[in-house]
Ligand binder design. Structure first.
Ligand SMILES: C[S@@+](CC[C@H](N)C(=O)[O-])C[C@H]1O[C@@H](n2cnc3c(N)ncnc32)[C@H](O)[C@@H]1O
Length: 548
């Protein structure tokens, strides 16, 4: 219990209460003071320590899987990729009360009095970092169910702005109703969509489905291809829209049905008929209809907010897809809440172009990455991903590593190919990723030597180079016409390696711990100091932070 009011007199307390009553804010508030502080909120520097043995495919790696708490990973990413991410998809813990949420190293359940506030604080800290990562024309999709739907909606309004709300999509997640439900069978959940800026972001049209094209046929072998026919009469008043029409068989139709009008004038009708765009039925005796060719309709369709399982899969599909690529060893699922690949595919088609960077910082089993590799293979695109997944280790299971054993394992198998649960070989989709661990370094220790792999990954991330393994001497990365060099020390051997690298790349930017020692070798404008030049702009974190 707080003691900050105890010294106040009765009058002072009444005055404070009156002031508070008159200032009741509109919007979302949560009990920040009551909850136990999130241990992952810290003021440390965070670097990424690559683990080449767990990385997939040959370097350079354009994709990245980060093992660790996403608060750490996001702070790291904000200092290298602010404003760069075109699509963020997240599927956070839903706070079901059924132990789906690790908080301060143990599962969080429904008995906790502050469970909504804790969840809100947890999400708020992460979403406001995520916002800084979104490109101006970027968009975020967030999966959620009834447990936190309304809280999440208000939180998203707070972080991204109500004016940037795009849609609350309904995903029909089950294919058969639960007839044992006491009240309602819970058949759907939601995907909330917010743009960084609603005036700028636009969805890509979705490809037309076979179902939508089913109505198009070609009974008269029209050389213009498939067509469907539409009513020629409408109820809207049209001054030139009433006249008799003679069918090819000679039957005369006095006019459109009572209260309606032909949509076109007589002159236009005759033009359309001459151009074989009027359909009189097989016998040439029906009320005329207007032919509409498939080649004239928009190739894509506008996305709708209701996503049914036949179009985007259901939860059983998702489990099957995961078990197929990562067979379960025992009866337990390898991961209990994956999303279907089709759902991820729908979001990717709507919100990405082939070169875009996509982020999922609650990656779980890595479904989104598999869907990205699949779509890249299909359209030849080079969408890149950054996934963040926790180990889910708890005090009870300290060695658990979901990120390594499920997420990275699944994405590696998708990229490189695998033998399915049925024993059939499945071809790899191509692509790969670097695997790295988010590592804390207290800021006062930054001036000491950092792990060279961590420094090298930070340098490359900061300059948007794909990641490579560091070399024993001078590490060199060349990407998009820019060369980077990292020299961990300035021994004679190191300097010789630097000279050789500079011969190939005279304009390279050189990172070093001791710029003065390289002044004779490198142009001053190209020298950067570790750690200062590297950590500039890093967010050292805020504890508690403001709420309103
Ligand atoms: C609902 S699952 C995501 C499932 C994923 N969409 C899929 O298709 O597999 C949520 C994931 O977020 C992870 N998670 C929870 N808190 C996290 C945190 N602070 N940092 C990183 N990951 C976290 C959990 O371990 C869990 O795997």
């Amino acid at each position: 219990m707080s003691t900050e009011y105890e010294h106040l007199s009765r009058e002072e307390l009444i005055a404070q209460l009156k002031r508070r009553d008159s200032q009741t804010p509109y919007g979302l508030v949560w009990e920040r003071k009551g909850i136990s502080p999130d241990k992952s909120l810290n003021r440390d520097f965070v670097g990424l320590e690559p683990d080449p043995a767990l990385s997939c495919g040959a370097a350079p790696w354009r994709n990245l899987i980060i093992e660790g708490d996403n608060y750490d990973a996001l702070r790291n990413l904000v200092s290298t990729h602010a404003g760069e991410v075109k699509l963020i998809y997240i599927d956070p813990p839903y706070n079901t009360g059924r132990k789906d949420f690790v908080y301060n190293d143990s599962f969080f359940d429904s008995t906790n009095r502050y469970r909504h506030s804790t969840w809100l604080e947890f999400m708020y800290q992460r979403l406001r970092l995520a916002k800084d990562l979104l490109a101006k024309d970027g968009v975020i999709f967030v999966s959620i169910d009834d447990n936190e739907l309304f809280n999440l909606g208000l939180l998203m309004n707070k972080v991204f702005g109500e004016s940037n709300h795009i849609a609350n999509v309904i995903w029909q997640k089950v294919y058969s109703p639960k007839n044992t439900a006491v009240h309602f069978s819970d058949d759907h959940e939601y995907v909330l969509v917010y743009a960084a800026n609603r005036d700028i972001w636009r969805p890509n049209p979705l490809p037309r489905s076979a179902e939508q094209d089913k109505a198009y046929k070609n009974p008269d072998n029209d050389p213009r291809g498939l067509w469907t026919s539409g009513d020629l009469a409408a109820r809207n008043y049209y001054g030139e829209g009433r006249y008799p029409i003679t069918c090819p068989t000679g039957r005369v139709i006095d006019g459109p049905p009572a209260g309606s009008y032909w949509r076109v004038s007589r002159r236009k009708f005759d033009e359309l008929d001459m151009d074989n765009r009027i359909w009189w039925g097989k016998e040439g005796n029906n009320t005329p209809r207007l032919k509409r060719f498939l080649s004239d309709v928009k190739q894509g369709v506008v996305p709708q907010t209701l996503w049914t399982y036949d179009a985007v899969g259901h939860t059983q599909d998702a489990k099957k897809q995961l078990n197929e690529i990562l067979p379960k060893e025992r009866n337990d699922d390898v991961f209990s809440t994956p999303k279907p690949l089709q759902l991820m595919d729908r979001i990717l088609r709507l919100a990405t172009k082939p070169g875009d960077l996509v982020l999922d910082f609650f990656a779980g089993s890595g479904t989104l990455a598999q869907a990205i590799l699949q779509l890249n293979k299909e359209d030849g695109g080079e969408r890149r991903f950054i996934l963040v997944s926790s180990t889910e280790a708890t005090q009870d299971e300290p060695d658990k590593n979901l990120c390594r054993d499920v997420c990275a394992a699944r994405v590696s198998r998708a990229a490189e190919g695998y033998v399915s649960a049925k024993g059939e070989p499945v071809e790899g989709l191509g692509g790969g990723f670097a695997y790295a661990r988010a590592k804390h370094i207290p800021s006062h220790r930054l001036v000491e030597r950092l792990d060279d792999g961590l420094v090298w990954s930070f340098i490359q991330m900061k300059h948007h180079h794909p990641l490579t393994e560091r070399a024993a001497l001078a590490s060199v990365s060349v990407w998009d016409g820019q060369a980077l060099i990292y020299l961990p020390t300035t021994t004679a051997k190191m300097k010789a390696a630097l000279r050789a690298a500079l011969q190939a790349h005279p304009q390279a930017i050189v990172y070093t711990w001791t710029p003065a020692a390289l002044a004779s070798l490198v142009n001053e404008n190209n020298l950067r100091e570790v750690p200062a030049d590297l950590t500039r702009g890093f967010r050292f974190g805020k504890l508690g932070g403001e709420q309103a």
